[in-house]
Ligand binder design. Structure first.
Ligand SMILES: Nc1ncnc2c1ncn2[C@@H]1O[C@H](COP(=O)(O)OP(=O)(O)OP(=O)(O)O)[C@@H](O)[C@H]1O
Ligand SMILES: [Mg+2]
Length: 142
């Protein structure tokens, strides 16, 4: 597990961008942490790394956004899916087991349908000050 400290949105973006260098097709990244902790900021850094020019924003109502770049990214926000049945998540399989990279905000809501190989990114606010975040990145092997 790797742990980073971010002291602003730009730092979270940069951590996402350098994390992206280790990604390849088929990877699934779960992003969890409170409202406004910086999950989307992290995804923006990943999208920058892959040269995606589309605007990155949380797909809270559409559930998934697609960004075309060197590798296609699928950006999910499953905030509104609380404890869905496995069948309610069937539509995600084509993305999860396709050859793009999936980044899923609020992934804890659908943890039952995510494979063990999912990379877990957790972002937490701290009591230190309002712009500090602790980011942990856990690979299944580490
Ligand atoms: N260290 C930090 N890293 C990321 N964002 C920060 C940081 N400090 C302050 N912020 C602010 O917190 C907010 C993070 O917003 P962002 O949309 O990335 O969060 P989110 O986790 O995706 O939220 P949501 O759950 O609503 O989708 C921004 O307004 C940003 O400016
Ligand atoms: Mg978001």
């Amino acid at each position: 597990m790797k742990t980073y400290k971010s002291q602003g949105e730009d730092e979270t973006y940069a951590i996402g961008k350098s994390f992206a260098a280790g990604l390849s097709r088929g990877d699934i990244i779960a992003l969890d942490g409170d409202l406004g902790c910086g999950k989307t900021a992290f995804v923006k850094g990943v999208a920058e790394f892959f040269g995606c020019s589309d605007e990155v924003s949380s797909p809270t109502f559409t559930l998934v956004n697609q960004y075309d770049g060197d590798i296609t990214l699928y950006h999910f926000d499953v905030y509104r899916l609380e404890n869905p049945s496995i069948e309610e998540c069937d539509w995600m399989d084509d993305y999860l087991f396709g050859d793009g990279i999936c980044l899923i905000e609020w992934a804890d809501n659908i943890s039952a349908v995510l494979p063990d190989s999912t990379v877990r990114v957790r972002i937490s606010k701290t009591a230190e000050d309002e712009n500090t975040r602790i980011i942990t990145i856990e690979n299944s092997e580490s």
